[in-house]
Design a binder for this molecule. Sequence first.
Ligand SMILES: Nc1ncnc2c1ncn2[C@@H]1O[C@H](COP(=O)(O)OP(=O)(O)OP(=O)(O)O)[C@@H](O)[C@H]1O
Length: 247
Amino acid sequence: MSDVILEARDVSMRFGQFKALSNISASFRARELCAIIGPNGAGKSTFFNILSGAIAPTTGRVLFRGDDVTALPQHAYARLGIAKSFQITNVFKQLSAHENVRVAVQMRHARFDFLRARTALAGVAEQAQALLERVGLGNVPGRTAADLAHGQQRALEMAMALASDPQLLLLDEPTAGMSPEETTVMMGLIEQLAAERTVILVEHKMKLVMGICRRLIVLHHGELLADGTPQDIRANAEVRRVYLGKG
Ligand SMILES: Nc1ncnc2c1ncn2[C@@H]1O[C@H](COP(=O)(O)OP(=O)(O)OP(=O)(O)O)[C@@H](O)[C@H]1O
């Protein structure tokens, strides 16, 4: 059986006359950690939004485990086991870290387990705490989200995304706005998470993803310029020319 989790098949995107993506095809396998990189305006966010179902491509399809999920409603995406985190932190600022994760865990139970809600709720607090520990926030469960450092807020968001135990995690610039220390912690966490699920991330900082991803997809002017290991990408003359400004 194929272990392809997600596939973009010949995806193109137009905004009016402007072609933001041209015929991109890529498959992502189980427990793969893959970064989508490229210079500003390359089409990374557009591709990410299509993969995550936020927007429908003009042409082409997105398949999840072989089923067409192109622009399915977001709740259907979540039900399939796909979670995502965007550049903008999406936590309830007035709630504590623990409350934020508890809400996410409860939503999962509400979705899958609503007939047994009372029994299910018994474990919710413990599950929320375990998720906080997973992302390195086990020591600050009571802190209001607004009072957490930026990196901790992103980690909190990650814990919320993990509440549904997704098979596929999509991360849009997970280290945006982070300090170097926070970035290192987040990258370590992402690497760990990818041992159990497929993780696809968009990242500006090429060096950063070179260290943890075994596969990089490079976009440029809406086209797929390269798709390969960090070694392949480093050695690719086209990539060096357009992305690194060398050549
Ligand atoms: N909704 C939209 N309407 C019109 N043009 C758009 C829209 N969204 C994106 N674009 C254009 O499509 C191109 C690709 O944008 P996109 O945001 O996907 O690139 P990116 O690689 O994520 O860039 P960055 O690294 O700067 O975030 C850009 O030229 C952008 O101006």
